[in-house]
Design a protein around this ligand. Structure first.
Ligand code: HEM
Length: 446
């Protein structure tokens, strides 16, 4: 851990705040799995359904956002409430009202997004846009306020600031895209905005937050050396500036050599970061089997696969299978890279947070602290191992599904199994913490 940015555990939000996001996230991935299973079933046993032919098909945008908003953003928001306070030394403003409003808007917003996409109902697109933009804007503004009031400066806080600015750009455009779906005759439809939105969502909001948080959690959870301080200071800033350039150039000169070069540079930033993470993980002190490390390595391998396919895509060498290659790359990036990293981080954050809270409930009573479960026993290793295996099989089936759509049913079922397990693992810990709190109240209240 950096000596210049010590963590602060005096400011810890009430445990249900991050946990409600962590508990809900697997449920949306489960719904995505169910949607895939239904689509796959229809293809196998029903009508002339055509699947995974184009990135513009509704089933693609629907399942993608169940995962990117319902699961990925849900986990990141939960983690943000926690990390801002621990790294910055102050809580997000707004007490319990802010997390409750963000949670409500996100949950309802994703549901309306999905129903609107399925049924093409104009006013539902508008309602989903209002809820998602409102919820995520509250989060971004409160997050930026908390970061600006932080008691110290650190590269993690800088990366968080840039990620939250990216979130504002991404949701503004995302809301506009929903309105374009609902009211194309009034708003018009310009798909250059889709590419703009996805760059800011994936590289900005998700990429920069993962980068910033990893500067703290990789050395802390895996006992590795710290990231080089200059690397920590400059990588998020350079990545952000490259993102600005790449998105603007791509908007005005899509398909040109300059646009490909700018996007290549953006990819290179993440490539260098990925290599750095891999290098540090190999230097960890205790080289025991660790599911989080395996998930990090899966993510970095997927990122390298994504980069190779992206270069071939930009060169136009895929010809008529371009759309398939695009979708395959989408699976690699969203599921192979992002979901792997977040799934891995949860394996560490959940036991760490729950132990921290249970220890606080003991209020300095050493007998009570001694009776707490060991951190490694809070999430059972065998469950984490099953989760990893299911994650690999989901990734494989999802990629295969793009090439052979008949595999969609199996991919959906694998996703259902994986995220039912993650929900069970998280719920088991939440019950453990809840019981510890209840017992502490019984002991402490005469
Ligand atoms: C982490 C958050 C998000 C990520 C990573 C993300 C990513 C993406 C990606 C990759 C696409 C392109 C899909 C394709 O080419 O097939 C897309 C499209 C879209 N996104 Fe998002 N998105 C996110 C959040 C949002 C939010 C919050 C909204 C709404 C407020 C939104 C609305 C849309 C819409 C309507 C489209 C379809 C555009 C079209 O049909 O051309 N997204 N998003």
């Amino acid at each position: 851990m950096n000596r210049d940015t010590p963590l602060n555990f005096d400011f810890v939000p009430y445990w249900t705040i991050p946990f409600r996001f962590f508990l809900t996230a697997p449920l949306f991935a489960l719904i995505a799995g169910m949607a895939l299973s239904v689509l796959g079933g229809m293809l196998l046993f029903g009508s002339d359904t055509a699947l995974w032919q184009s990135r513009w098909f509704k089933e693609v945008i629907l399942t993608l956002h169940l995962v990117t908003i319902g699961t990925v953003t849900m986990v990141m928001v939960g983690a943000l409430f926690q990390v801002t306070s621990v790294v910055g030394g102050c809580l997000l403003p707004g007490g319990k009202v802010v997390p409750a409003s963000v949670y409500g808007c996100l949950t309802l917003g994703v549901m309306l997004f999905s129903i609107a996409m399925l049924n093409d109902i104009a006013w539902l697109f508008a309602a989903a846009a209002c809820l998602l933009v409102l919820g995520l804007m509250i989060l971004a503004v409160c997050g930026l306020l908390a970061v600006s009031r932080a008691h110290r400066s650190s590269p993690t806080l800088m990366a968080m600031r840039l990620s939250l600015i990216s979130l504002l750009v991404m949701i503004a455009v995302g809301g506009g895209l929903l309105l374009m779906h609902g009211y194309p005759e009034i708003v018009g439809f310009d798909r250059r905005w889709t590419d703009f939105h996805l760059l800011w969502g994936l590289a900005g909001w998700v990429g920069l937050l993962i980068m910033g948080v990893s500067f703290q959690v990789i050395p802390m959870f895996h006992v590795t050396p710290s990231f080089n301080l200059n690397f920590q200071r400059w990588t998020p800033v350079v990545t952000f500036l490259t993102l600005v350039a790449a998105s603007v150039i791509d908007f005005f000169y899509a398909g040109g050599a300059v646009s490909s070069a700018a996007k290549g540079l953006l990819l290179a930033c993440f490539g260098v970061y990925g290599i750095q993470v891999w290098r540090l993980l190999n230097k960890r002190k205790r080289k025991i089997e660790d599911v989080t490390v395996m998930l990090w390595k899966t993510a970095i391998s997927s990122l390298m696969g994504f980069m190779v396919i992206q270069v071939v895509l930009e060169c136009g060498w895929f010809g008529i299978v371009n759309e398939k290659a695009w979708l395959l790359n989408g699976v690699l990036l969203v599921f192979g890279v992002i979901v792997s990293v977040l799934g891995g981080m949860l394996q560490k954050i959940i036991p760490f947070l729950s132990y921290l809270h249970m220890q606080r409930f003991c209020a300095g009573n050493f007998e009570a602290i001694k009776s707490l479960p060991h951190m490694r026993a809070i999430l059972q290793i065998k469950h984490s191992r099953y989760f990893y295996r299911l994650h690999l099989s989901s990734l494989l089936f999802l990629m295969l599904m793009i090439l052979v759509p008949e595999v969609t049913l199996v991919a959906g079922l694998s996703l259902c199994l994986e995220f039912s397990l993650l929900f069970y693992m998280t719920a088991r810990v939440a019950v453990m913490v809840w019981k510890a709190e209840r017992n502490s109240l019984v002991v402490n209240v005469p």
